[in-house]
Design a protein around this ligand. Structure first.
Ligand code: GUN
Length: 709
């Protein structure tokens, strides 16, 4: 196999920039730019002991796809011979590694052995002098068993050392700014806030490792581990990768990544190997206990446990280290792929069943999702829910934990706040709703299975709201093709739902319909679909679907949605779904057939832009309302000619963004005067747009200046 090419250094102006390529809730596929190539995250930095290299760094680069390693600058500094050679040759040559080299500072040694004798500036300068890409300041390790006073000291003293460290690091070496604070949520948040706001003379911290967590992992205290992560994250800006210091067991990757970790580092691959233990994505297996391999790898292929047990100790450690590193890498690939597929939460859910401690931690996270508290953990949880694209294509697999998946919670919250009962009916009347018709025991596509029954009911009583029972609760018929409500993967039995009265009332309460009489039916087909009256009813149902989706997904007030869809007509597919939607003869939008979402057209975007003339800024105090209007992004004038002809909006060219932007959903792009420049789909959240300086912010679907050239 040819070895990977030498890494390309980033452009000078990109050094230290973190780009988000794909995101799903708190998880992200990102890229950190360095002088020795990119770090594509989520990723692991294997720990290299400069004196004992069980797997050569060069082999990691050539064979394992490792883009960065971490080693300890304090060990190099302390051993005179090594110190002199690394100072003269540089760390990349000494370790023979072409990619990114990260170093730690000796803090971990102070945790293991007590004080270290190196100075704060001295160790940063040494890291800089040996050509490290990302160094680490000498932070104070806050152990979980320390007193609050000691932990306060660890947080304050680490922050006090930050400026000096950043200034010594200079412009060319990036620096880690660790977060301490033990188990105290408020101290973690304080540490996050202090470390992220410190401004160095040349640059700020590039990465924030979460420190002091090794003792928790050693004792499988995973609940506290994730509590600390969420508390620390509440104050960290979205443009800085988060590193879980010392975490490297594949078992922990999916949930850590789902909660926002970008970088891992660990010596576990070699420490476990020395101890004759094999890693699997579900836990660790002892070589002495097995007759056959529970998981295969390139390293183990063609061998048996018996043969490996009989190997020379050193050869065996190398073989098992290679296996462990391979498993580590493959689990990270699986996680990245799961982010791309919108399934990282499901992977975390599956893996949580691999260990009782991890399951306890996962259930604790679910409790936080169900009922976020008021502290920093709750803040991170709410941020995660609201930044998750609620609509996704592909089937949603059913499980006990389904209802608490962040994107499902987001969708249900949008339904509860943004869906309103219709104000007018197919016969032109405008009175209050008189009846609810709830379809039960019926599988999607509901427009096929239930339309006749709905139409009959609407003929009988026009002021009827049609609703559907789904495994995720009761939803308006308007959302009958919106995924995941209509696209759940499980046995057919799951559609045979018949909620009892108490459950129905509970769901109706959320929809604001509890005082309206309801009937439930399991539909049967009739053959009266083509009556002229039916066409009127069908037009009304289609319009409700468009108005309701605009409200749910784009925050458009249903009254405005009605104006926007004046004299609505549509072209339908052979499966009876709307393909193009017209208002007064103008093509304004097309429903997305893949997931039931909405794609605006440029004409539709122009009308909406004039209906909502606000120009967004960052940090503006917007009064809360259920309907803030179609979300907008304001770009700098220099970017207007490019975006106006259909190029994507890039991070760093944005002067303001509405807070209620949802990644994956439609948004408008305007200039500083508020004129429409383009429309597209948001890739990131407003707060990411505020901080990120590289990458795509909005995938533009069409520019408004195309024909004006
Ligand atoms: N390695 C593992 N934990 C830590 C920590 O808290 N600080 C530093 N600098 N290195 C670590």
């Amino acid at each position: 196999m040819p070895s990977p090419p030498k890494p390309q250094p980033c452009q000078d102006h990109d050094l230290g920039k973190f780009e988000i390529l794909i995101r799903d809730g708190a998880s992200r596929i990102g890229r950190l730019h360095t002088k020795h190539g990119p770090l594509n995250t989520p990723m692991i930095l294997p720990v290299i002991n400069p004196n004992i290299r069980t797997i050569e760094p060069r082999e990691m680069w050539d064979e394992f796809g490792i883009q960065g390693i971490i080693t300890n600058s304090y060990i190099m500094w302390k051993h005179d011979k090594l110190k002199q050679s690394v100072l003269s040759k540089g760390v990349h040559e000494i370790l023979d590694f072409p990619g990114v080299i990260v170093t730690d500072s000796g803090t971990f040694q102070s945790y293991i052995y007590g004080d270290v004798e190196v100075g704060v500036s001295e160790i940063v300068k040494f890291q800089k002098d040996i050509g490290v890409d990302v160094g680490t300041m000498l932070d104070i390790f806050g152990r979980p068993d320390m007193s609050r006073k000691q932990l306060e000291y660890a947080v304050e003293e680490t922050a006090n050392r930050a400026i000096e460290s950043l200034d010594v690091a200079g412009n060319n070496m990036l620096l880690n700014g660790p977060i301490q604070g033990g188990l105290h949520e408020d101290l973690r948040a304080l540490s996050g806030s202090l470390m992220s706001s410190i401004e160095g003379e040349h640059r700020n911290f590039t990465i924030h490792p979460i420190g002091g967590i090794v003792p928790l992992m050693e004792n499988q205290r995973y609940k506290e581990l994730f509590q600390i992560l969420l508390a620390s994250k509440s104050e960290l800006p979205h443009n800085r990768p988060i590193h879980f210091f010392g975490c490297g067991h594949p078992l922990l990757f999916p949930l850590s990544i789902a909660l926002g970790v970008d970088i891992f580092d660990s010596a576990a691959y070699v420490l476990f190997a020395r101890d004759d233990r094999l890693m699997t994505p579900n836990g660790t297996v002892k070589l002495k206990d097995i007759f056959e391999w529970p998981i295969t790898s390139r390293a183990l292929f063609g061998t048996s446990p018996e043969q490996v047990r009989n190997m020379d100790k050193n050869d065996r450690t190398i073989l098992l280290s290679r296996h462990n590193l391979e498993i580590t890498q493959s689990e990270l690939s699986r996680c990245r792929e799961a982010i791309r597929d919108g399934k990282i939460w499901q992977l975390a859910e599956q893996r949580s069943h691999s260990s009782p401690q991890l399951r306890t931690a996962f259930l604790w996270v679910l409790d936080q999702l169900a009922d976020p508290d008021e502290g920093p953990v709750g803040e991170s949880i709410l941020d995660m829910i609201s930044s998750t694209n609620p609509v996704r294509k592909g089937g949603e697999s059913i499980s006990h934990d389904l209802e608490l998946r962040p994107h499902i919670l987001h969708l249900q919250a949008l339904l509860a706040t943004r869906w309103k009962a219709p104000g007018s009916w197919w016969d032109g009347s405008t009175s209050d709703p008189k009846r609810l018709l709830i379809i039960k025991k019926t599988a999607p596509p509901w427009r096929i299975t239930s339309l006749d029954s709905i139409i009959n009911s609407l003929i009988e009583l026009p002021n009827t709201i049609p609703l559907i029972m789904t495994p995720l609760g009761i939803i308006p018929f308007s959302f009958e093709d919106l995924s995941p409500w209509c696209h759940l993967d499980g046995s057919n039995e799951m559609w045979n739902i018949d909620y009892d009265d108490d459950e129905i009332i509970e769901f109706l309460l959320d929809l604001g319909l509890k005082d309206i009489p309801y009937i439930t039916i399991s539909p049967e087909s009739t053959s009266e679909l083509n009556l002229p009256k039916n066409q009127e009813i069908r037009n009304w149902l289609d319009r409700c679907a468009v108005v309701d989706k605009l409200a749910l997904l784009c925050s458009i007030n249903p009254n405005d949605g009605c104006k926007f869809t004046n004299h609505m007509s549509s072209r339908k597919s052979t499966t009876d779904r709307m393909v193009n939607v017209y208002s007064d003869g103008i093509h304004i939008l097309s429903p997305r057939l893949s997931d039931g979402g909405i794609s605006l057209t440029i004409e539709g975007a122009k009308i909406l832009s004039s209906m909502y003339p606000q120009i967004p800024t960052f940090d503006s105090e917007v009064e809360y309302s259920d309907f803030q209007g179609i979300p907008k992004i304001c770009i700098i004038d220099d970017a207007v000619p490019f975006v106006g002809i259909g190029r994507n909006v890039m991070q760093g060219y944005i002067t303001g963004a509405d807070d209620h932007i949802i990644p994956g959903m439609p948004c408008l792009v305007v200039n500083s005067k508020g004129d429409l420049i383009a429309h597209g789909l948001a890739v990131t959240t407003a707060s990411e747009m505020q901080y990120l300086k590289k990458g795509v912010a909005v995938k533009v679907r069409d520019g408004a200046l195309k024909n004006k050239e």
